[in-house]
Design a protein around this ligand. Structure first.
Ligand SMILES: Cc1ncc(COP(=O)(O)O)c(C=O)c1O
Length: 400
């Protein structure tokens, strides 16, 4: 007999991840998955990891295996100062907090900022993992409208004027799921709104270094450092399994993040922080990044070219300058959840876009017509064939 365990009331808002059901099929033999959201394993610097492992032991000895400061490993915090400055984030080493991935930071911030019923403003669509991190704290979501250029500043202003927002959660560069990047002008408009309304923004920036074309845009943090918590990670440029992320926050928030983190995990893995410090210090990141980009850039180009060739004219899609995703949108009436089984029958998987809208049913007309396509996990030839088949499925769904 199985016992019915009583869970905390907060689990009511956590919910099973519907997307997990959808993604179950992606491991089937022969499946061409554009549904992934993870880096390609062949992008990991395995040889560098081997030599840095030895070097970390030689350099840091038992310190790399001892309990450490909750704030983070000193040498890593120092190495992150120039790394962050390159993105316009100005911080002294003692202002840089090391987190267990950016995911750890998202959960910590919600823990210290959100009481049940408090309002978090998110983009429509937004990163699902952030919603999962926030949900245990029982927030209410309000959504900010976006267009082809990302968050619409007027919509943000309306949201923060009309709601007691605890914080705004944004991914301004190569957003997950859309790939969109906010222009400098929009960042300035958003920074101005944050300052005028005294609102905090959590700027999640995991994809910044995966730029394939165009010019870098300074972080939002550069424009409103007192109103932005900047989050970064080495997941996309080193290895996600290390779980090393970092945060720069206004002092009062940083203090509470440290207090909360003490209770959550004491600190992020000392050894993984030591490895990351050496990865930055030795210049290995700068040497390895072009290898990652040379893997992803042709895959993204293959996807954009295949969409051009095979998707029906009613479809629109983003042409991101970097990141891991392309976002496709059809006319109202297209239902990418309903279409999913037919795509899977042709051995193509994707994520129906409706899942990325907080507080909206995945079958809501506008949301249901969207889909997220990942290009990092599949080679160019597979992308071409998968998009050709997906294009045929979309065309049939639009006709039917
Ligand atoms: C927007 C966004 N934020 C955060 C994360 C989590 O990153 P990390 O591995 O640093 O926890 C991801 C991972 O896919 C992401 O897409």
């Amino acid at each position: 007999m199985t016992h019915e365990w009583t869970m905390a009331t907060r689990t009511a808002g956590m919910g099973a991840n519907a997307i997990r059901e959808i993604l179950k099929v992606t491991g089937q033999p022969g499946m061409r998955s554009l549904a992934g959201g993870i880096p390609a394993p062949e992008a990991f610097p395995m040889e560098i990891l081997r030599s840095l492992t030895q070097e970390a032991i030689d350099r840091f000895g038992s310190t790399a295996f001892q309990y450490g400061l909750t704030e983070g490993f000193g040498p890593l915090r120092e190495q992150l100062v120039p790394f962050l400055a390159g993105k316009g984030v100005v911080a002294a080493p003692e202002q840089v907090l090391i987190t267990t991935g950016s995911q750890g930071a998202l959960s910590t911030i919600a823990q210290i900022m959100v009481s049940p019923g408090d309002v978090i403003a998110v983009e429509a669509p937004t990163y699902l993992g952030a919603i999962s991190a926030f949900n245990p704290y029982e927030p209410r979501y309000v959504t900010i409208a976006t267009d082809d250029a990302g968050v619409i500043p007027e919509s943000l202003e309306e949201v923060v004027r009309d709601n007691p927002v605890r914080f705004v959660y944004l991914t301004p560069t190569f957003q997950n799921p859309t790939g969109r990047t906010l222009s400098g002008a929009r960042r300035a408009a958003i920074a101005d709104i944050l300052v005028r309304y005294g609102v905090l923004c959590v700027e999640d920036d995991p994809y910044n270094d995966l730029r394939y074309r165009g010019e870098a845009v300074p972080a939002l943090h550069a424009l409103a450092p007192d109103h932005v918590v900047y989050l970064g990670t080495v997941s996309k440029v080193f290895a996600p399994g290390l779980r090393v992320g970092f945060a720069v926050a206004p002092p009062a928030i940083a203090r509470w993040m440290v207090t909360a983190k003490q209770g959550i995990d004491l600190h992020t893995s000392s050894f993984n922080q030591a490895l990351t410090a050496l990865y930055l210090e030795s210049g290995a990141l700068a040497r390895h990044l072009p290898t990652i980009i040379s893997l992803y850039k042709p895959r993204q180009e293959a996807m954009l070219a295949a969409l051009e060739r095979h998707f029906p004219p009613e479809m629109r899609w983003t042409r991101p300058e970097g990141g891991m995703f392309v976002w496709a949108e059809g006319p109202a009436g297209l239902d990418t959840v309903a279409m999913y089984e037919r795509a899977v029958a042709r051995q193509v998987a994707y994520v129906p876009g409706g899942f990325f809208y907080a507080g909206v049913s995945a079958r809501d007309a506008a949301a249901a017509a969207t889909m997220r396509l990942n290009f990092t996990m599949v080679d160019e030839a597979t992308i071409e064939a998968a998009i050709a088949d997906l294009g045929a499925v979309v065309a049939a769904a639009l006709e039917g």
